[in-house]
Design a protein around this ligand. Sequence first.
Ligand code: PBG
Length: 324
Amino acid sequence: MNIRPRRNRKSAGVRDLVRETTLTTNDLLLPLFLLEDRKACVPVASMPGIDRLGMDLLLPEIESCLKLGIKAFDVFPVVPESYKDKMATYSYADENFYNKALAEIKHHFPEAVIMTDVAMDPYSSDGHDGIVENGRILNDETLEVLGKMALSQAQAGADIIGPSDMMDGRVGYIRTVLDDHGFTDVSIMSYTAKYASGFYGPFRDALDSAPKFGDKKTYQMDPANRLEALREAMLDTEEGADFLMVKPALAYLDVIRLLKDNSDLPIAAYNVSGEYAMIKAAAMQGWLDYDRVMMESLLSIKRAGADIILTYFAKDAAQILKNA
Ligand code: PBG
């Protein structure tokens, strides 16, 4: 044998030299759940280790993440049921505590990259991402709400707007609204290939945002489809997206690679709540080594082609990377 692949694995030093993929804190974006009550801290039962936080606790949490090298955050509001209505009007209301919190976060940490979520579901009494009429989700009428929501988030100081609703044409619509109001510098990270997935379960527990009837299959993508992701990517790119996202991540590594190979935009992957819960639960049973499996999963997402990973593991991973 003149060719022996094991030679390149013979020591830690050689393995370090030939490693093809590396994970750093620059790749990580941490999702956070915001409560209205400033002093509140409410754990998410299905996501052990993750708490919903009021601003008095969220600000120090962001500070400690920044110290660990995590610079980017995606904030999601837990909206009280009494604020919800069919048209999600609270999402752009003046008194909206989420937008006030975004402004406060940017005031304290101007260097942090703050991403927001644009979709009606946390504010909708129907629990859907669009306006519901006779059991159907209206597309074009929903765009108007999304535009108002995105604009109010941009006014609050958001760096990146994240439309997670999967309505047709929303990236272009939001881009126009932002530009018309002078927010040409505000980015859009489009949830390009967002699948109708069972892996969002714990997130919907966290926000209490599950659909009140039916499912999201008329707008989120069929898990069986790959080419459709390319089509969505083409549209989002033409409409002016700055980043393309695939969601979930681990069950869709092939889709991440597909977009990476077919786009010159940065590709993000959302390592979702159910993916976090699976690893956490098995680790708590002592069935898996948490640190090892977490880092291996994140590395796999990166290897598949993700430039950015939205993950609830960000803080734990940053701690490990710091000690490495
Ligand atoms: C809202 C939204 C969802 C997630 C992010 N934004 C849930 C959904 O579409 O039902 C899921 C995130 C996760 O599971 O971690 N449109």
